[in-house]
Ligand binder design. Structure first.
Ligand SMILES: Cc1cc2nc3c(=O)[nH]c(=O)nc-3n(C[C@H](O)[C@H](O)[C@H](O)COP(=O)(O)OP(=O)(O)OC[C@H]3O[C@@H](n4cnc5c(N)ncnc54)[C@H](O)[C@@H]3O)c2cc1C
Length: 421
């Protein structure tokens, strides 16, 4: 067993707080979290999907019930055409629920953070806000972090959980590893169903509408079905000024300003219950956010001495497989179990960690990238052809029981706690 008393965690997002909870509970290590923001909040809004592999780990952290009481269970994807007809339906959970005991939850990001932070408070986990990391130093006895306000802290180990633009990675672990823009961006918003026609509060599944320009999703986001989340995911070019903060701000403003006319234009002149509701959702949206999708190149360094980066800091991927949080949870559980395991030194624990996680992350990244293809621009003819092929494929899938084979769900049955070392 690797002996440690105190772990410093940089970043109070999903990875950082989950790591603190697990290390405290299972490894009896004292976690101390430092967060850049001035207060508990999340930069990213909207609602995230948590598939069964992540839900199973949340259950082991004792957080599943709290998450499930807030989020919406979404067992299927219903595929709609822009004319309003249903192209087909795909079960998202049958096979994985049978193998894991869990389905698929869509939950507001603010609810995820509230549940995590409430649990952290209950466990007396220290979180300091407004802390900007300046540098990291280590010696044989520990690792020391220096913040821009002049404060410092020392621990036995440091976990970098500070997201895709991680300072722990860029200042210490692997400065050469920089995020790459995937070519796809999302705009999206949460809308109260009280402002929408009655069918909006009865939505029970993920609803995807393929358009010539990208994918439009409409999903219930709360257990009470009083809020739905929509997003539109499509190819958006790099800003004219390149991959810079100003450039993305300008590109985001353009996307947000043109959002209503773009979407209403894509939905065309058709009028029926589905298309009218989509138009209503778009026109009732008041605040829309823009998220360019970045990923980190595979093969970057994840550790250096007493420092390990996990979650998006190590392996941010496009969100099309809804696996960001679940991958961070898997990181946390594997790291915790390795520390707990007899006969391992810290170096061997980290080496096993990296080998096992890289395999899994690369598989998941491939899945996410494959799912990105429906977000690409296409011609009206090609769109009709795709709908036709999907309708046929889904009919065969549902009629001949192919869903029982677990297509698209097999990666969700993986249980990180079954890894043996
Ligand atoms: C459009 C979009 C949709 C997504 N949909 C899903 C989905 O459906 N399901 C899913 O599982 N995932 C989804 N994701 C991915 C998911 O948001 C991330 O994988 C997840 O948030 C990663 O958690 P994290 O804690 O590693 O990083 P983050 O959530 O980025 O948290 C990092 C934390 O570190 C803090 N921080 C940053 N820099 C510093 C610093 N220098 N010092 C201290 N603190 C710092 C940040 O303020 C933040 O609180 C989506 C992402 C996007 C962009």
């Amino acid at each position: 067993m690797v002996e440690m008393d105190k772990v410093i965690i940089i970043g109070a997002g999903p990875a950082g707080v989950s790591a603190a909870l697990r290390l405290r509970k299972t490894n009896h290590i004292t976690p101390v979290i430092y967060e850049l923001r001035e207060e508990p909040m999340t930069l990213l809004g909207g609602a995230i999907g948590i598939p069964s592999n992540g839900l199973r780990l949340l259950s082991r952290l004792g957080l599943y019930d709290a998450m499930a009481s807030r989020g919406a269970q979404t067992p299927s994807v219903i595929l709609h055409s822009t004319k309003g007809s249903i192209v087909g339906e795909m079960d998202m959970i049958g096979w994985s629920e049978k193998h894991t005991g869990f389905g698929y939850l869509r939950i507001k990001r603010t609810d995820v953070m509230e549940v995590l932070l409430e649990a952290a408070e209950k466990d007396n986990i220290s979180i300091s806000y407004g802390k900007r990391l300046e540098r990291i130093e280590e010696n044989d006895n520990g690792v020391t972090v220096f913040f821009s306000d002049g404060t410092i802290d020392t621990g036995d180990f440091l976990l970098g959980c500070d997201g895709v633009h991680s300072a722990v990675r860029t200042k210490y672990v692997d400065p050469s590893c920089v995020p790459e823009y995937s070519g796809i961006s999302n705009i999206g918003s949460l809308v109260s169903t009280s402002m929408l026609p009655p069918p909006a509060s009865k939505l029970e599944n993920m609803n995807a509408t393929l358009t010539e320009d990208g994918l439009l999703m409409l999903i219930p986001a709360t257990a009470a079905h009083d809020s739905i989340y929509w997003f539109f995911s499509r190819e958006v070019p790099l800003p004219d000024q390149g991959d810079t903060r100003d450039g993305w701000e300008e590109r985001g403003k353009k996307e947000v300003d043109g959002m209503k006319s773009t979407l209403i234009g894509l939905l065309g002149d058709s009028h029926n219950e589905w298309v009218d509701m989509l138009k209503e959702v778009v026109s009732k949206t008041e605040v829309v956010k823009f998220y360019p999708n970045f990923k980190l190149p595979v093969g970057g360094r994840w550790s250096r001495g007493r420092v390990l980066i996990i979650g998006d800091a190590a392996h941010a991927m496009p969100p099309h497989a809804s696996q960001g949080f679940s991958m961070a949870l898997e990181d946390v559980f594997l790291f915790s179990n390795l520390l707990h395991s007899k006969n391992l030194t810290l170096d061997s624990a980290i080496s096993i960690y990296e080998t096992r996680r890289r395999r899994r992350i690369e598989e998941m990244l491939k899945t996410a990238e494959t799912r990105g293809s429906v977000r690409k621009k296409t011609s009206p003819r090609r769109l009709r052809f795709n709908e036709f092929m999907l309708a046929g494929g889904l009919m065969i899938y549902n009629t001949f029981g192919l869903k029982n084979l677990g297509l698209g769900q097999k990666l969700l049955a993986y249980d990180i706690e079954e890894e043996k070392f």
